[in-house]
Ligand binder design. Structure first.
Ligand code: COA
Length: 200
């Protein structure tokens, strides 16, 4: 396990794609294999490199945890420096777009034009947020726990009050993992938000 370097970016894009369908391979869902990584991986490694950690085996990088220290500041920075370039490359989904375009790709394109804005109530107590993904060969061996522990220590060291993340309802496995490694689920109905408090 080590801090991410600029040369890891291609691996981060690849791992993101291979885990973007509720934890499974999403290759068939996207016309451009970089699309999920543009949203859920690359900007974190580029703009918050001190909070980007990767796990390696003999074949190279096979997993990562990525985070934003201050979600509001991160959203603002992406609005200025990240989304504009992508908006000109990826058109907003419309009724005229190809019939075959997957729901996942429509959603990703929508997010580029209308980025996710984290709930301000959640951010109040848990201003940092994360994404974690491991290739199947790296799962179930304690790597996810070690990545979370490494990130949590880094965030505490920088003075974060707390950490949140969103999980899709289909990804039951990740929900079980988060519960098991110390997150608490917030009582909201439509999405699954897990949090970790660093103030106590
Ligand atoms: C979810 C994920 C990050 C978990 O990482 P992992 O390396 O497979 O998990 P670990 O082996 O570190 O498990 C850590 C602990 O959680 C437990 N655990 C893992 N999954 C669990 C589950 N579904 N329910 C209960 N406990 C679980 C393990 O038994 C282990 O317990 P222990 O440390 O007490 O022995 C990883 O499987 C993954 O990347 N999946 C695909 C992508 C994904 O879904 N990402 C999350 C998107 S929100």
């Amino acid at each position: 396990m080590r801090q991410s370097r600029p040369g890891d970016l291609e691996d981060l894009y690849r791992i993101c794609l291979l885990t973007a369908d509720a934890g499974d391979d999403a290759t068939r869902l996207y016309s451009d294999p970089q699309l999920p990584g543009h949203i859920w991986a690359a900007p974190y490694a580029i703009f918050e490199p001190s909070l980007a950690f990767v796990a390696e085996d003999t074949e190279g990088v096979g997993g990562y945890v990525l985070a934003a220290f201050d979600t509001v500041a991160f959203e603002r920075r992406l609005e200025e420096e990240w989304w504009p370039g992508l908006r000109s490359r990826y058109a907003e989904p419309s009724a005229e777009m190809p019939q075959g375009m997957s729901e996942a790709e429509r959603h990703a394109r929508h997010l580029i034009h209308h980025p996710w804005r984290a709930d301000r109530d959640v951010i109040g107590g848990y201003p940092s947020h994360l994404h974690i993904d491991l290739l199947p060969k790296m799962q179930g061996r304690g790597v996810g726990r070690r990545l979370i522990e490494t990130l949590a220590a880094a965030l505490r060291g920088k003075g974060s009050r707390g950490l949140h993340l969103f999980v899709g309802s289909r990804n039951q496995r990740a929900q079980g993992f988060y519960r098991h490694v110390g997150f608490t689920e917030l009582p909201v109905s439509d999405v699954h938000i897990f949090v970790m408090d660093f103030t106590s």
